[in-house]
Design a protein. Structure first.
Length: 339
């Protein structure tokens, strides 16, 4: 009984601290005007972007303003200067008739960043990849739409994208969306959330998803007896969203469970972060060694994985450390492609 009382007190303090930290982060974002993506473009800077000369940018802005488009501006001395967001720039490209990524590519390309070792920068990689695909200067003309599907009960990807979604119980989590097999309209209205980065959405995770993952096979047998439990992510979620997103990025926890197998089953591309620290590197090699076993498990269940490649890349590496250089050399011998 004493242990139960102690654990409840600790839980209450932890919950209070989570709320305080979240409030502090949100307040600081507002104070420093960092609620949305920070980068802005002046009218003059547009000439440095691909497929835009100064004259082309000037003409497009003029035509759009004549048609009623209002570009954001900020005071500059006695006048105002343009303060364009990435959405404004994408709209400018669209006005000029520049083709978008989705005009020539099949949508919903699924990228699964995975490693069974925690703390190897999986989630950081996913968030940076999502933001880079959307906001890199060379990709603004593509107007890429990205969805991050957080399947890790720790909800780190959710916290990185919107800290307010990463506390308390969430009934509209990614795991719930899969199991409930909700409609596309309900996915958009009740489950998928916008983030501070235009064009990047998040399907959040919840700590309760850990219980769902541990009982996945039993839950599926009861609710979906005629479906393969390792195909539900594909059938109940990915297939519905392919036309609404150009890239779908998956983040699971650092452990082997049904959510990881579901992600393997629907991935178009695998990415494996490889940290140089000996313990992390050793665990990464163990994961790569066991990967064929996981794929065999899927095949035996009736699911055929179809990913195009497994791209390995080094994380947390310092080129000035000899052991990091050695780990990189070893990794090159194991991985077919490494950054």
């Amino acid at each position: 009984m004493d242990s139960m009382i102690q654990s409840k007190r600790m839980a209450a303090r932890a919950g209070s601290m989570l709320q305080s930290l979240t409030t502090d982060i949100t307040d600081k974002k507002r104070e420093f005007e960092a609620v949305d993506y920070w980068k802005r473009y002046t009218k003059h800077s547009l000439k440095d972007l691909p497929n835009l000369s100064r004259a082309q940018a000037d003409n497009a802005i003029h035509d759009m303003e004549v048609a009623g488009y209002v570009f954001p501006k900020i005071p500059s001395g006695s006048t105002e200067k343009y303060n364009l967001t990435i959405r404004d720039v994408s709209n400018l490209y669209e006005h000029r008739g520049v083709a978008k990524y989705r005009d020539s590519h099949r949508g919903g390309f699924v990228v699964f960043v995975t490693n069974l070792k925690g703390g190897v920068s999986k989630t950081v990689s996913i968030v940076n990849l999502a933001h880079g695909l959307r906001a890199h200067d060379n990709l603004l003309k593509e107007d890429i739409r990205v969805l991050v599907v957080d399947l890790d009960p720790q909800a780190s990807a959710t916290m990185f994208n919107d800290e307010t979604l990463a506390i308390g119980q969430i009934d509209n989590s990614s795991a719930q969306a899969i199991l409930q097999n909700v409609s596309l309209a309900e996915l958009k209205s009740n489950f998928i959330k916008p983030t501070g980065m235009d064009g990047v959405d998040i399907l959040p995770a919840s700590i309760e998803d850990a219980f769902i993952a541990s009982d996945w096979l039993e839950i599926c047998a009861e609710n979906w007896p005629n479906k393969n439990p390792y195909e539900l992510l594909q059938q109940n979620l990915i297939d519905k969203l392919r036309d609404d997103y150009d890239f779908i990025l998956l983040d699971t926890g650092p452990h082997l469970d049904a959510l990881l197998l579901n992600s393997l089953a629907c991935a178009d591309l695998l990415m494996t972060p490889v940290p140089p620290a000996q313990v992390d590197f050793h665990s990464t090699l163990k994961y790569l060694e066991r990967l064929p076993v996981l794929l065999e498990q899927l095949l035996e269940s009736g699911v055929e994985p179809h990913y195009l490649a497994n791209i390995g890349y080094m994380t947390k590496i310092s080129k000035n450390k000899s052991d990091h250089k050695e780990a990189q050399r070893w990794a090159k011998k194991v991985l077919e492609l490494i950054f």
